[in-house]
Write a protein of this length. Structure first.
Lengths: 542, 202
């Protein structure tokens, strides 16, 4: 304290006091340069084990494991394989198997379709063998040719022969789908790129850009404007540069996103989790001390991602399952597109609303997410928040974070007060997408999952928070100060009311008193001056 | 008869006008930070406001030094003598062309009302603004200094705003009173040239 005061006075006396603020913040780290292309010491195309020819995915995996003999067991411990996770903050069992969402719902009873994003082969029902390492899919992540593709309804397998197929929501008629050349792909494996992760994470919720809002196929090769980290003329990073993999375990999770990284720079002391801004940018990344002061209460993303879905691909903002099942005049399932070509009504899924260049909503977040699971008792008297994020201004671990808030209406058990497993996919007489009958599809889903079901269902309005943390704009495009520091009712932080925000908040009494004082000063002067002029005239007239 | 006396020395004039400029800048940017209007943008307003504050603090450091080495600080010692006469002049005399009850000299350049006003400024408004302003500037260091639990930004900001309203009111009164010399611009001219025309003191 004394040192501080002394320095303050000293600076003022010297007349270089301006530097005092800047002196607290060291210069920011140099911008990350181009990441050199990883040069492997192994040319996989020359390996005997990969000569092939390979007819199936598991055959390739067997070949991979003949050298990488611990890789299978590493993958089998990861969330990409288990679809299970335990929240480190609430201890709750989560993952796709348990956590509820307001997109497609539960993979249970719909495995054959949903597991086209499973890091494995052949998960088509609940009896899947999670201990067979030959079912691990190496190629989904390690293909570098860009030609490997898991086929939608084949339980995680790619096509092994060309097939004619009519997609559910596409234009009517069959389309020819080509089988990828597994042998060639196996010989060209390497580190995962943006497109590998994107094959699933850009398409979450059943299509490009649907789910996250800040993750879509525009990030495969983004402009610097769209994503300063992933752009080729930016840092050209791939996902795993930040989402560090340790023995095939990814880091950075939406079930427990790091609200405030207290470790800071990851080098020279690495915490093996680079999925935070601070890992590379440290605690004081700005030249101006005043802006660094914000980082205690405001997440980096809040200012540096002004909008999401900026890549020209719309994200779903609303999904109302309650209206599904309408037939067109021809008696066939109805599909309606809006003027932008987006499906706004689907007989299989209900009504949709989309958004592009969407301003996020802002909430306090302290690291704890209260994720609802499909077995939780819910309160159906109000809108159900599927993953409430915890935090407040007085919480030292909380910062203001940006979110895409997904709104929806989804089926639930009106007697037991739980969400339900909805059997949507399958060539049978209960699946919703074939029979358009919720009574049958929910019953089938709940029976399959072995969960109690009253037989009565309704639809509940739900909300879900999606962390906005990708599509970081260049610094010159960061949110300008006055978009939060404003009295305008549509200021970005108008929902954050438990802090005093300069430029927005004021004390009414002080403003009234001060206004009167200024008006009094000006008015008093004017009045006095006018009387002076008038009385002087009278004097002169005499 | 009137004579010219050299009443405001060179440093004093430099101090006065640079302080005037800084305070005007701080009033304009300060009320933008307060949200009263949008002019140059919040960020620029904060930067300019802070820059002006540090500059004025520096200027004050020199000025305090100057006041004491020259003995000019005595000009601010209050006295209640003739306050009544001053009030009577401003409320009645000034309208009837009565003579000014106070005669400026080099050792007494402030009239008794001025002395009281400047004392109020120095003893009350100034500490309020600077005290709250310094805490405001160092908001980011509160946690390090261990004061973040017993101080709220809201209190600091509101006190600072209160001070700002008062100095702004003072500013307008001050500017108006400069017109009450023997001509409208006499006082301003004196503050620029240093020379004031006064009635010969008998």
């Amino acid at each position: 304290m004394m040192k501080h005061v002394r320095r303050l006075i000293g600076m003022a006396m010297l007349g270089v006091a301006l530097l005092a603020q800047a002196a607290d913040s060291p210069a920011p780290p140099p911008a990350p340069g181009k990441i050199a292309t990883a040069t492997s010491t192994t040319d996989h195309s020359k390996l005997e084990a990969l000569k092939g020819p390979f007819k199936t995915g598991p055959e390739v995996t067997k070949a991979c494991l003949s050298c990488h003999n611990t890789a299978g067991h590493q993958v089998m411990k990861s969330i990409h394989w288990t679809w299970e996770a335990t929240s480190p903050t609430t201890g709750k069992k989560l993952g796709k198997k348990f956590a509820a969402n307001n997109f497609c719902g539960s993979p249970l009873s719909n495995e054959t379709r949903c597991t086209s994003c499973h890091a494995g082969y052949g998960w088509t029902d609940k009896n899947y063998d999670f201990t067979n390492q030959e079912n691990v899919d190496c190629l989904a992540c390690h293909d570098t040719t860009g030609t490997y593709k898991k086929f939608g309804p084949d339980g995680g397998h790619p096509l092994y022969a060309d097939r004619e197929f009519e997609p559910m929501e596409g234009p009517p008629g069959k389309k020819l789908f080509k089988a990828p050349d597994l042998t060639k792909i196996a010989q060209h494996v390497g580190q995962p790129g943006r497109a590998n992760c994107g094959a699933c994470h850009f398409n979450g919720g059943g299509g490009d850009a649907v789910k996250h809002g800040d993750l879509d196929s525009s990030l495969k090769n983004p402009s610097r404007e769209l994503d300063v980290h992933m752009a080729k003329d930016g840092a050209n990073l791939v996902c795993s540069d930040c989402h560090t993999f340790n023995a095939h375990q990814p880091s950075g999770s939406r079930y427990a996103a790091t609200s405030k990284d207290k470790h800071g720079f990851d080098l020279p002391k690495d915490d093996h989790n680079r999925a935070t801004c601070e890992s590379c940018h440290g605690f004081v990344p700005h030249k101006q001390g005043k802006i660094n002061n914000h980082t205690g209460k405001v997440a980096c993303q809040t200012c540096h991602i002004p909008e999401f879905a900026r890549g020209g691909i719309a994200t779903k903002m609303l999904w109302d399952w309650s209206t599904a099942g309408k037939m067109g005049p021809d008696g066939k399932p109805l599909f309606v597109k809006d003027e932008h070509g987006h499906l706004k009504y689907s007989a299989t899924k209900g009504d949709f609303k989309y958004g592009e260049n969407v301003r996020p909503e802002y909430k306090w977040y302290n690291g704890v997410v209260h994720q609802v699971t499909i077995t939780d008792k819910i309160d159906d008297s109000k809108i159900l928040e599927l993953n409430r994020v915890e935090g407040s201004a007085s919480d030292p671990n909380a910062r203001i974070w940006p979110f895409k808030v997904m709104r929806g209406k989804q089926p639930y058990d009106t007697e037991n007060k739980t969400l339900v497993v909805n059997h949507v996919f399958g060539d049978d007489d209960t699946a919703l997408w074939k029979n358009y009958d919720y009574a049958k599809s929910i019953k089938a889903g709940m029976d399959y999952a072995g969960l109690p079901y009253s037989g009565k269902f309704g639809f509940i309005e739900t909300q879900m928070n999606w962390f906005i943390t990708h599509m970081v704009a260049p610094k010159e495009k960061a949110v300008p100060c006055q978009e939060c520091h404003t009295r305008a009712t549509d200021g970005r932080l108008s929902a954050i009311t438990d802090i005093y925000l300069p430029g927005r908040d004021s004390n009414k009494l002080v403003d009234i008193f001060g206004g009167l004082a200024i008006v009094g000063a000006i008015g008093g002067g004017l009045l006095h001056g006018i009387v002076r002029i008038l009385s002087r005239r009278e004097e002169n007239a005499k | 008869m009137s004579e010219r006396i050299y009443i405001y020395k060179r440093y004093e004039r430099f101090w006065h006008w640079s302080q005037a400029l800084l305070i005007i800048v701080m009033m304009i940017t300060g009320f933008e930070v307060h949200g009263s209007y949008a002019l140059i943008g919040f960020q620029k307003a904060v930067q300019l406001h802070s820059l002006a504050a540090w500059t004025l603090l520096t200027l004050w450091a020199f000025t305090i030094f100057w006041q004491f080495t020259t003995g000019e600080w005595r000009q601010y010692l209050p006295s209640l003598k003739n306050v009544g006469a001053m009030i009577k002049y401003y409320t009645v005399g000034i309208f009837t062309n009565a003579p000014h009850p106070f005669h400026k000299t080099v050792v007494q350049k402030h009239n008794p009302l001025q002395r009281l006003a400047y004392l109020a400024l120095l003893a009350f408004i100034s500490p309020l603004i600077w005290g709250s302003g310094i805490f405001y500037l160092f908001y980011g260091d509160w946690a390090r200094l261990g004061i973040d639990q017993n101080l709220s930004l809201e209190t600091v900001a509101i006190l600072h705003t209160l001070g700002a309203y008062m100095i702004t009111a003072f500013f307008f009164i001050h500017v108006y009173l400069t017109t009450t010399g023997h001509t409208v611009f006499a006082h301003i001219k004196a503050m620029i040239t240093g020379w004031e025309e006064v009635e010969e003191h008998r």
